[in-house]
Write a protein that binds this ligand. Structure first.
Ligand code: PLP
Length: 376
């Protein structure tokens, strides 16, 4: 019986129309311009810069490489400490380590899952150089408080905005906060280029530096004077991006409908908590997390297993959390007493299937499975 049921995953990518894709690929093959900041790449870069309300925007071949370069931009001394969150994807602390810096994990806020700005200052030492916040599930960090702490302590602020495509605070693009913000255009994201990413930054003096880091540190034919890497998005990725841009509004509309349906259904179910989106936030509709409270008749893991037995694959993002990874668990900041909120939520969070093509009949089935005590 289960075998016959269609598998439902946490997300499903938007797919551009194949005829339009073929047409652009044909043109690309004819031009023989395949990569190295080609015309389609440049067109997409300008369009994304406008859409994301960015002062400066640089495309990358994926979000991780973009984040590596963001952290490399300031050339902090090796061993510098970067205060970040354990509540994120592996790429965030890994990018810190690949730069030769040390992640210092700060606990998270219970309502937004973002770094708890009230706990940042106690972690600052003379080695601290930056704060790396993550706008988890597209919910913004407390950007104003973080800006204040950074100013006071002479720190840079970098944001991992992988989940926050088109998130805005009071109409201001999320990427305009902090020194540099990274976006991911991986296929699991609301907007994607199959693999892709980008950096937004306000400081015009960083344009050449970041473009250099993206391209092996090559500044001109005869000048290579920075330790860059290959962060270039190719034309094929850019074609997918250009076509997908046209689908974003429709996809967001469908996700909004789905979110409204889930919200309404959960409002009748006791002890499942849904995070509130503040009214001044324009949301990215990236994920649909629920928190299973202690009083709910079953645990998060039981819900996860029951859904899985019916071919519905929710995800325990972020379990395990980064501070629990083998490579980070021995850091002093990873101790569980330093991260009480994150350690509590990691056993109660579940991200439900959430994408435009998920029909409401399936969504209703998901709700019924969660709410049906016969399964427990
Ligand atoms: C929070 C977060 N940071 C970084 C990344 C890495 O981005 P990419 O897969 O584009 O390298 C992802 C997702 O993929 C992510 O979810």
């Amino acid at each position: 019986m289960v075998k016959d049921m269609k598998k439902v995953y946490i997300t499903s990518p938007i797919i551009p129309p194949i005829d339009k894709f073929n047409l652009l690929v044909k043109q690309m093959f004819k031009s023989k311009y395949l990569t190295n900041m080609g015309p389609i790449h440049n067109e997409l870069e300008i369009k994304l810069k406008d859409l994301l309300k960015a002062k400066n925007f640089s495309l990358f071949n994926n979000g991780t490489i973009a984040l590596l370069c963001a952290l490399k931009t300031f050339d902090f001394p090796i061993g510098s400490e970067i205060i970040t969150t354990p509540w994120t994807f592996a790429a965030t602390p890994h990018s810190i380590m690949w730069n030769g810096y040390v992640p210092v994990f700060c606990d998270i806020e219970k309502d937004t899952f973002c770094i708890d700005s009230s706990k940042i200052e106690r972690l600052i030492t003379e080695k601290t150089r930056a704060i790396l916040g993550v706008h988890v599930y597209g919910l913004p960090c407390n950007v104003l408080k973080i800006e204040e702490i950074a100013k006071k302590n002479n720190l840079k602020v970098i944001y991992d905005a992988a989940h926050a495509f088109t998130t805005e605070i009071n109409g201001r693009g999320i990427g305009s906060y902090g020194d540099i913000s990274m976006f991911s255009f991986h296929s699991t994201k609301l907007f994607h280029t199959i693999e892709g990413g980008g950096l937004i930054y306000n400081d015009d003096s960083l344009v050449e530096k970041i473009k250099g880091l993206r391209n092996f540190g090559i500044f001109s034919e005869e000048v290579i004077d920075d330790i860059g890497l290959n962060g270039k998005m190719n034309e094929l990725q850019a074609i997918v991006g250009l076509l997908n841009l046209k689908l974003i509004d429709e996809e967001k509309g469908k996700r909004k409908k789905l979110k409204d349906f889930y919200d309404k259904s959960f409002s009748n179910i006791k002890n499942i908590h849904i995070p509130k989106i503040p009214s001044n936030i324009s949301y990215s509709y990236q994920y649909y997390p629920i928190i299973v409270e202690d009083k709910f008749p079953c645990s998060r893991d039981e819900i996860y297993d029951n859904l899985k037995n019916k071919n519905i694959f929710a995800r325990k993002y972020f379990y395990p959390m980064c501070a629990d990874y083998e490579c980070y668990k021995d850091l002093p900041s990873s101790r569980s007493e330093n991260l009480p909120v994150a350690n509590d939520i990691k056993n109660r969070i579940l991200c439900l299937p959430f994408y435009g093509d998920l029909d409401l009949i399936t969504a209703d089935r998901i709700i019924k499975i969660i709410n049906d005590n016969r399964f427990y």
